[in-house]
Ligand binder design. Structure first.
Ligand code: MN
Length: 277
């Protein structure tokens, strides 16, 4: 096996979204589709209770994508046009396939400690599934497999590792999505097929990724080379590992919609005006 190497490291930028929510964004949807099949990675981090209530994301539409919300602390209340409502609590995951369309609201709430800490990943849908039926996969914290070995703790949201499968299934990009925590002095290696887009969002500690020292908070983008990911650490490190098969289709993003052509975006806007999503 040969080790993957790093292409570059992104320093997440602070952006304001929704009704005035401060986020750390590593990347957003862009016609260049550089992280195909992934479109966006946001890190919620409202850790100052003096900022007052979090304003959240009032009702908004999506089409042509999947949004994956993973909460580490605090919660997100959600409600949608299909009649679903609920709370994404600590350690829970919501995998929402917008398909042809959904309207929903997402309202982050602080934990008892005043924190709200979590991630939202957007995964593209291939052309053939952009207009599919919307659906949710709600995964409670206790149904996410925890794999512990040699000082490494993995919470496996999607994909397979050592014959264990994550609870989120039937995703077109067949992604690997996991929360990986390396204790002091540990190492981690994982086979990942050559050609998959592979990213590591380092959010705690410091580690050596493909022999380069990376500190939190950083998004590591790997080259499309090698077939094994190698990480080691002295003091400990925690990261979200994201990997998936590119669709290699053109994309046209427009706000919360990601389609394959300008005509499809125009059609989406026309339908939204008539609320026919
Ligand atoms: Mn949304």
């Amino acid at each position: 096996m040969t080790n993957k190497t790093i292409s570059h490291i992104i320093e997440p930028k602070l952006v304001i979204e929704g009704a005035g929510v401060l986020l750390r964004r590593s990347f957003g949807p862009h016609v260049s589709n550089k992280f195909d099949p992934f479109l966006l990675f946001d890190h919620f981090a409202f850790n100052n209770p003096l900022e007052g209530p979090i304003k959240g994301f009032p009702t908004h539409p999506h089409r042509g994508i999947e949004t994956v919300t993973y909460m580490l602390e605090g919660t997100v209340r959600h409600r949608d046009s299909l009649g679903n409502a609920g709370t994404i609590a600590e350690g829970d995951v919501q995998w929402m396939t917008s398909g042809r369309g959904i309207l929903h609201e997402e309202m982050p709430q602080r934990s008892i400690n005043g924190n709200n800490y979590g991630f939202q990943l957007w995964v593209n849908l291939p052309a053939a599934q952009k207009m599919s039926q919307p659906r949710y996969q709600e995964v409670s914290a206790d149904s996410i497999p925890v794999i512990e070995k040699d000082g490494v703790t993995i919470r496996l949201v999607a994909g397979e590792i050592d014959g264990i499968r994550g609870p989120v299934t039937e995703i077109s990009a067949s992604p690997l999505y996991m929360d990986v925590k390396l204790g002091a002095g540990s190492r981690f290696s994982l086979p990942i097929p050559n050609g998959q887009t592979t990213l590591a969002y380092v959010f705690e500690g410091t580690g050596e990724f493909a022999n380069e020292v990376v500190e939190a908070v950083s998004m590591v983008v790997f080259q499309n080379d090698g077939d094994q990911l190698e990480v080691k650490t002295e003091a400990g490190v925690r990261f979200m590992l994201i990997s998936g098969e590119p669709f290699k289709e053109p994309i046209v993003p427009y706000g919360p919609f990601v389609m394959n052509s300008k005509e499809e975006i125009e059609e989406t806007i026309r339908e939204l005006r008539m609320v026919r999503l």
